[in-house]
Design a protein around this ligand. Sequence first.
Ligand SMILES: Cc1ncc(COP(=O)(O)O)c(C=O)c1O
Length: 415
Amino acid sequence: MRRRDLVRMAALFPAAAWLPRVAASRDPARSMPLPPPSDDEAYWAEVRRQFLVMDGIFMNTGTYGACPKPVLDALDAHEHAFETVFHQLPFDAHALRGQLAALVGAPPETLAFTRNTTEGMNAVARGLDLQAGDEILLTTQEHVGGRCCWELVAARHGLVLTQFAPPVPAADEDALFDAWTSHVGPKTKVLSIQHVFFSTGAIQPVRRLAAWARERGVITVVDGAHPPGMLALDIQDLGCDFYASSPHKWLLAPKGCGFLYISPGWIDRLWPLIASGGWDDLSLKADRFDHVGTRNDSLLVGFQAAVAFHDAIGTERIEGRSRGLATRLDAGLRTVPQVRMVSPSNPDIRSAMVSFEVEGKTGTEMQQRLWAMGPVRTRHVGEDNLDYTRLSTHIYNTPDEVDRVVGMVGEIAKS
Ligand SMILES: Cc1ncc(COP(=O)(O)O)c(C=O)c1O
């Protein structure tokens, strides 16, 4: 790393000075020059120092990300000030909406704040006027947070839930696209699509599916729990009807921060999940869905700091780093003879989550032994009779950690 960049990093990250500087970096005239490429270890070591997860190898961002210190500081400062009553700090929901909109590629007035993906998916499933006999199509590898909302409305209103097994490992986008379209029938009203599979990390061709579905009058609801903070995202360009997400995962926001995108065509038509003042005031747009009673604005202040933290590093760099580490992990794991990868070998559809099975070992055993050896924090994917070990790679992980984990998997596999 060049000295100039180190000085810039030092200026950017000291806790107290960090937030105003990052906020200032939104102004293009004052924005930072691009930091160095995503394989500059000195740069990433400086970034890593902004996190508390240092005592082990944290590879479960897919469940929840580790908040960086500036996010925790912003959250704490706001919460403490709030409780003083007389010295409360402002929170500007309008500003957060604008910053988030720029990051995820959606008009601000289409974004409602939720607690998480589960809430967003429920808001859609329960807010649509579906009729008995209407079919909802999903795969057999849905996360409960994106599936149970459909089970509930199906049980209550007589809808039909159809699940199909996705290709594993998926060869390419076409294989995933064909799997979906070959299961659509005359009664299909909704495709409920994970943008990135929680089970294998495969990235689905949402844009193509949404265009295909739109032509047939089929609604697309995207469980986008993972992409924000992991992949470059342009939700409006995806063309889906709804997109629910959990920025507390890859965007490293505080737990309990979510958002729901409601496309312009639906913003006045979706029934709100929770009704309070203004629930029927269509001029409020997405804000109509945010009137949910008292909530903890400090979390949203932390969310805003997380967006600023992300922007200060840059989406391209973060995606390059986290997917780059996943590629290294994938390549390493493929050298272990007992390993069977279930994540795609095709880097175009491989995200920053990599999943695999090990011959002769259960996923639970892998999880326990990696914890005992590392400790490595992993996710055992045991849903729906799957038995995968899932590893997530984010900007606080290092190539060295990746190599060590590959070594540990090799040792366990041989034992
Ligand atoms: C694909 C997917 N959808 C939904 C969820 C639920 O997320 P949350 O608990 O934040 O609602 C998860 C959580 O891991 C997930 O991986």
